[in-house]
Every structure is written in structure tokens, then in C-alpha cells.
Design a protein around this ligand. Sequence first.
Ligand code: HH2
Length: 266
Amino acid sequence: MGVVNATPDSFSDGGRWLDPDAAASRALALASEGADLVDVGGESTRPGAPPVAADEEIRRVVPVVERLVAGGLTVPISVDTSKPEVALAALRAGAALVNDVRGLSDPRLAEVVAAAGVPVVLMHTRGTPADMRERSRYRDVAAEVRDELGEALRRAASAGVPAERTILDPGIGFAKTAAQSLEVLARLGELRSLGRPILVGPSRKSFIGAVTGAAVEDRLPGTLAAVAAAVLAGAEFVRVHDVGAARQATLVAAAIRDAAPGRVSG
Ligand code: HH2
């Protein structure tokens, strides 16, 4: 999944793709680098990011989706939003999937997803960008993330979104310290007990800076290490900014995983 942030303030690429034409050409470039999905978002979720009104988020996201549909993008478009109005407008414009960093905690978004019959990424977080840093107290981070994703699955089901249409994401860096993000990655396999495909978004995040000291723009090697670890632990999707490099890392990690004796490939 290639990231297209049509925002002025995203943590690693804020302002680069705010113009809809620039964002659309970025998405097309990611698809030609081998992205299987492009994820278009109009609100930064970095800790401390200011909230964006729905109409402003729609103004950022929908023109990008429209340009991609008109420009013949061949891979599905996902919309990275937690707002029902934005999801609805993006789906009407041609998006095929909703990526919700709040795991359908807004029942109105769950209704939109249920009515549209589209797949949804349920990501784990706690609170909002304003208070997520204070919400990172866990007794056992991997077990609690798994249990809270289980609750998200139940919320989805009761709103009419069947489990078959969900993808689960532990939310690297969301209401988690660097050490907690590392532990969640190390224990990613524990999420498999929920029985759904797993997506992981480690790209350029601060846990990589905590381990290496690298600045945001120098975190590609660390991102690739995390991508490989996630794939070896069973992730089906990785959300990244640098698709070409991540695709190579993913293919090699998957080939190593599938070469283990006794494993049925595919
Ligand atoms: N991370 C970000 C945004 N959306 N969605 C999913 N499913 N998983 C993630 O890990 C995830 C996500 C944050 O990264 P980015 O979009 O680059 O930054 P910002 O939120 O500052 O726009």
C-alpha cells in the first residue's frame, strides 16, 4: 500500500503532495513502482496534529481520487480517513476501500462502510492525536492490542461489516512508545489468532529514529528492516512511502518465509 498524503503537515512528507495534481502524479508513480493499493489521506494523524474539518479534508482528498479514476489508475484506491462524510465522498468518487486509523470507533463511519460493502482497515489506536501519547500505558502491549482489535472486529460486525471485509493493523506509533511499537512488531504473529489479514505501517516512523538516531528523511533502510520483519511474521500488507524499495524487500522476505521446509507456498 503506497502512501499519498494530501496534507500540509504530515510527519514525513507534509506539503509535498497537497496540490491535487502533484498528489495524483505521486499516486501514479507509486503504482508504477509496484503498489497494489494507493492510500490517499487528507489529515495528518501524527501525535499533536491539529484536527481537520470534514469539508477541508474532502477538498484535499476527493480531487485526487477523481484525477486517479480519470487518469486510469489500475490499482484500487483506499481513503485514509476516520470521518464518515469524507469516506462517503471518496467512495462516491471511486475509492474502493476505507483505511480507518480509529478502527471504526465512529458508528457513523461503520454505517457508511457497511452500506458501501467495501473492505476496511481497522487500525489500533487509543484516543486522538492530541492525547495518544498519554494513552500508552499497557500491562502487555501485544495482548492488549490484540484484544482491542478483537473489539473493533465486534464493533464492525454489529454495524453490519462482516469479518471477511476487514484487515487488521496494530497501529505502529499510535498510542505506543518506540519500545511498545518494537514489541508489537516482534509479537506480530500473535494477531494471527484473530483470523484476519494483517497490515503494518512502519514507514519512516519515530521508533526507527529511536533505534538508529536517523532523521525522518533517512529512515528508508530502517523501514525496509521493519517491512521484512513484518512480512516474515505474516503481514499480508505493508503501508509505505517508498514503494519500489519496499516491494523488493517484501518479495525477498516473502520468498525466504515461503522457502521454509514443510511450508505450503502461496
Ligand atoms: N500510519 C499513518 C497514517 N495512516 N494507516 C494505517 N492503516 N496504518 C498506519 O500505520 C498508518 C495509517 C501515519 O503515517 P503518515 O500517513 O505518513 O503520516 P501522517 O499521519 O502524519 O499523515
